[in-house]
Design a protein around this ligand. Structure first.
Ligand code: NIG
Ligand code: FE
Length: 401
């Protein structure tokens, strides 16, 4: 079935098929005024100005986009959507002054979600991931990555990855998120995870991720974990420089990782090194905001020529936020990225991080017909309308849900 979305105020799309956009390219968004998008099944067939619309034969569904703007379906390349329970109690304690690190040191934080996730069971986890996927979808996310990392035992890690895959997400094995209570040190836990979980995790996941941070895994442990995952065929990601610099950027570059994510603590040397590399820096401003931490140096990264992506970090502890439009507002107001840079960062560059940039992240013929219609006369309302209901309609894969 073909679908014509006509009379759109604007169609806005970034470029960047071959490689992630970096530096000034991030701000180059093509905008067509008074435009249409024609979809054939799940694929975009044509995009153009209304005045150039050819006459179309056969059965065609039509939507009138009057007053709306179309952007590519948003791509959330960093979430922790597979978890049980919540951390609303800790959130309230933090509001009263307790720090995130203090909660972790008391056995709360990630480990409290590990307990709740183990208790949820496979069906509970499946329900949770589908619920979270639907929340994201309402905010325009048509492709989401999600990490395991709240199971940390064999069965719950594998159940998390299956739940993500079966909900249509891109699964990442975050086997090195924290050391679970049944192990007394990180190396003993990694012995177990690499021997007992990796072989099956590598069958389901597309990438592996590690939390390289004081109190989590050190650089030597991260290297050991990532090398084993790479040998098992997984792409590599790192949580790095969230609170302190522990060598995540040089390690990511050396191992050819797809991304280093967080970067709130990254200094000048890290910015220079990342900008000179092929590793994408994924910034997560909702997480910095939620924890009251410094924002990542996204402006300096883009100015230095780095490839930058933008994601929510959706999780119950450090970023209970599934909205990429809100992250675009934070990118503009806190990170000093332009709306165009923010859009590129959570569409085409996020698609590159997920190894899918040949098919998603842009509005162009041959791409998947994942579209978001914004209730706005100008597509930049995506960032401008802070916390507003900016998403009028989501069209995933050319379908009208
Ligand atoms: O990306 N930093 C490590 N992991 C998550 C938070 C996990 C949690 O607090 O539950 C993050 O912020
Ligand atoms: Fe994260």
């Amino acid at each position: 079935m073909r679908l014509l979305i006509r009379d759109l105020a604007q169609v806005a799309t970034p470029a960047g098929r071959e490689a992630p956009l970096r530096g000034a390219q991030l701000g180059e968004v093509d905008v067509l005024e008074d435009a249409y998008v024609l979809c054939d099944g799940d694929t975009i067939e044509a995009v153009g100005r209304m005045r150039d619309l050819p006459s179309l034969d056969g059965d065609i569904d039509e939507i009138y986009g009057d007053g709306c703007c179309a952007i590519p379906g948003l791509v959330d390349c960093h979430t922790h959507a597979a978890f049980g329970g919540d951390r609303v109690e800790e959130f309230s304690l933090r509001a009263a002054g307790t720090t995130y690190e203090e909660l972790h040191a008391r056995g709360g934080g990630i480990l409290s979600t590990v307990r709740a996730t183990r208790e949820a069971g496979e069906n509970g986890l499946r329900d949770a991931v589908m619920l979270h996927r639907d929340w994201m979808r309402r905010h325009g996310t048509t492709t989401f990555e999600a990490k395991s990392g709240y199971g940390l035992d064999r069965d719950t890690e594998l159940a998390s990855l299956r739940a993500i895959r079966d909900a249509g997400g891109v699964p990442t094995w975050l086997g090195a998120h924290a050391v679970p209570p049944e192990f007394d040190n990180a190396d003993a836990y990694l012995d177990f995870a690499l021997a007992e979980v990796l072989p099956e995790a590598a069958e389901i996941a597309e990438a592996a991720d590690v939390f390289l941070e004081r109190g989590a895994f050190d650089a030597a442990q991260a290297r050991r974990y990532l090398e084993a995952c790479r040998d098992a065929g997984l792409a590599l990601r790192l949580h790095g420089d969230q609170f302190t610099e522990q060598g995540a950027i040089p390690l990511a570059i050396e191992l050819g990782a797809r991304s280093v994510d967080h970067l709130e603590a990254t200094g000048d040397e890290g910015i220079r090194a990342l900008a000179a590399s092929d590793v994408t820096g994924v910034v997560l401003p909702a997480s910095a905001l939620f924890l009251g931490r410094p924002m990542p140096p996204a402006r300096a990264l883009v100015d230095a020529g780095a490839a930058v992506a933008l994601a929510t970090d959706f999780n119950p502890g450090s970023a209970f936020c599934e909205s990429l439009p809100l992250c675009c507002s934070l990118a503009a107001t806190q990170l000093k990225l332009s709306p165009a840079e923010a859009l590129s960062a959570c569409t085409v560059n996020a698609a590159h991080v997920l190894g899918r940039a040949d098919r998603i992240g842009r509005i162009a013929p041959g791409y998947r017909a994942d579209l978001v219609l914004l209730d706005a006369p100008d597509w930049r309302y995506l960032a401008y309308h802070l916390g507003g209901e900016v998403v009028a309609r989501v069209v995933p894969g050319g379908e009208l849900p």
